[in-house]
Design a protein around this ligand. Structure first.
Ligand SMILES: C[S@@+](CC[C@H](N)C(=O)[O-])C[C@H]1O[C@@H](n2cnc3c(N)ncnc32)[C@H](O)[C@@H]1O
Length: 207
């Protein structure tokens, strides 16, 4: 199976109806990661099949569980999960935040080359984003413990918004130490096609 066919099969087993253009864009994004990885250390993964499963499909796996219009991806790195989500959901407005200038430059380049008019790159620490801008969803993958993730973004979340923490093994210790006024709405076990590892999406809200 070619990586393109694997992506198509993976997306369909996640229940996602992606059209041909979206699949091509996702493959172009994979190509950009590979190209920039030669110079900047965006990801430790080099094998395109691994980038596909561990980054692209892993990011897309949360899609059926996220309900947003304006989404902030904190500590987005190479644009994960924000860029795959933006390709799959052109109707969502997505902001990518990363404190590392090289990562933000890559994100900006990817936005231009992929023509993602629904993505904005906010270069710098997430704590520096003006709190006047509210998001109805804030997501992160491999960023920080749940408590820290909430602490550094709580001023950016709209009143009825949700945090989405993408985790591997269910982080029971982190969930036992949530800040006051925050509760878990749902813990969603995820199956990522081609990835034999535990994944959980933790959905949290302010109460
Ligand atoms: C381990 S990487 C994860 C990248 C990506 N989310 C992924 O899943 O591949 C964590 C990222 O968080 C960024 N980061 C750390 N502290 C940050 C902060 N306060 N605000 C924004 N980004 C931050 C780092 O520069 C790094 O790119």
């Amino acid at each position: 199976m070619t990586p393109h066919q694997q992506l198509e099969a993976g997306a369909s087993s996640l229940g996602l109806a992606l059209d041909g253009k979206q699949l091509v864009r996702l493959m172009q994004y994979l190509g950009l990661i590979q190209k920039w990885n030669r110079v900047h250390n965006l990801t430790a993964l080099r094998d395109p099949q691994k980038i596909l499963t561990h980054h692209l499909l892993d990011s897309l796996a949360v899609l059926p569980h996220v309900r947003v219009n304006r989404l902030l991806d904190v500590g987005s790195g190479a644009g994960l999960p924000g860029i795959p989500l933006a390709i799959a959901r052109p109707d969502w407005e997505i902001t990518l935040s990363d404190s590392n200038h090289k990562k933000s430059s890559f994100q900006q380049q990817a936005v231009i080359e992929l023509g993602l008019s629904n993505v904005r790159v906010a270069s710098g620490r997430v704590e520096e984003i003006k709190s006047g801008q509210k998001f109805d969803g804030v997501i992160s993958r491999a960023f920080a413990g749940v408590g820290e993730f909430i602490a550094c973004t709580h001023l950016l979340l709209a009143t009825a918004g949700r945090w989405y923490a993408m985790k591997g093994v269910r982080p029971d210790e982190e969930l036992a130490q949530l800040p006051a006024g925050v509760e878990v709405e749902r813990v969603v076990p995820l199956t990522v096609p081609g990835l034999d590892a535990q994944r959980h999406l933790i959905i949290l809200k302010a109460v």
